[in-house]
Design a protein around this ligand. Structure first.
Ligand code: UTP
Length: 286
């Protein structure tokens, strides 16, 4: 079964101002690679190479990153930097599609921009500002489940009680095989009203049935067309499943999470781990 990939990257990134004023948050680096590159590599690793980015104003750096840079390539060749040249060529050879969301009307509206591109194929919509570190490629896992059950799917993570108001929260029941059947979703509920601590983390496997639901969805929390509201409409006619993400998630749009990602990734790199751990051990914590 052939799947397509959709990455909404049109958000403002207000949690990371001022760096995100004229710079996409998806270009924030973890060590030396922008977060969007980790995301694209995850799609390619799952065998999905038909990928659409839903972009917006101030997001041109994303397109430039995946474009050819003839001057740079010539320079690296002249200097004999073959290894880095190979890496740069690989990035430039990534084929991506782009469409602009002209008004920032919410994640649901952004995903609706993918309708012509996905052309009735099942697709994974995945936000472009998180890194999912895990042993198994989480997108591959979702695809396997979809091939078996043919149900739209949502990836979730359990969060601390007070954090539920930052997420879409799942009300669902366990059906075995690590899967949950969703009853309903609530967008950013108050902790005392949340039905669970199962938080949506911006990774969805949909088929084209979602588009009509988005079209019918009215503006919700924050005046935005919320994908959670569209999924609630989908639930009136279809089963939607959820499965738990087995790994560690870094929300790079959040300064604290970005910082911890940099430290943890540095501690895994042969060229950095010694210096970084010496630096951390020497920190004055008072
Ligand atoms: P966020 O809720 O993280 O919003 O969007 P944001 O603007 O990107 O960041 P903050 O909260 O202000 O710091 C979740 C995902 O939905 C995309 C964003 O790019 C992000 O990947 N999105 C959101 C759109 O593509 N369009 C929208 O209109 C809204």
């Amino acid at each position: 079964m052939k799947f397509k990939g959709v990455i909404p990257v049109a958000g403002f990134g207000t949690r990371f101002l001022p760096i995100t004023k004229a710079q996409p948050k998806e270009m924030l680096p973890v060590i030396d690679k922008p977060v969007i590159q980790y995301v694209i590599e995850e799609f390619l690793g799952a065998g999905i190479d038909d990928i659409l980015l839903i972009t917006g104003r101030e997001k041109r750096a994303l397109e430039d990153h995946f474009d050819t840079s003839i001057g740079l390539e010539m320079l690296l060749k002249e200097k004999g930097k073959e290894k880095v040249l190979e890496e740069i060529n690989q990035i430039s050879n990534t084929r991506l599609f782009y469409v602009r969301q002209k008004e920032r009307k919410g994640l649901g509206d952004a995903i609706l921009h993918a309708e012509n591109f996905v052309d009735n194929a099942p697709f994974i919509a995945r936000v472009g500002d998180t890194i999912l570190a895990s042993q198994k490629n989480p997108l591959k896992e979702l695809m396997k489940i979809y091939e078996k059950h043919k149900k739209p799917l949502i990836l979730f993570e359990r969060v601390r009680g007070k954090d539920v108001e930052k997420y879409g929260i799942i009300d669902g029941e366990k059906i075995g095989g690590g899967l949950y059947k969703i009853n309903s979703l609530a967008e950013k509920p108050k902790p005392e009203e949340a039905k669970s601590n199962m938080a949506i983390i911006g990774v969805y496997l949909f088929d084209s049935r979602i588009f009509d639901c988005i079209r019918k969805t009215k503006a919700g929390v924050g005046g935005e067309i919320q994908i959670t509201d569209a999924i609630n409409l989908l639930l009136e006619d279809e089963d939607v499943y959820a499965c738990e993400f087995a790994g560690k998630r870094y929300d790079i749009g959040d300064p604290y999470s970005w910082l911890t990602a940099n430290i943890e990734f540095a501690l895994k790199r042969d060229d950095l781990k010694e210096d970084v751990s010496r630096f951390l051990k020497g920190l004055d914590m008072n």
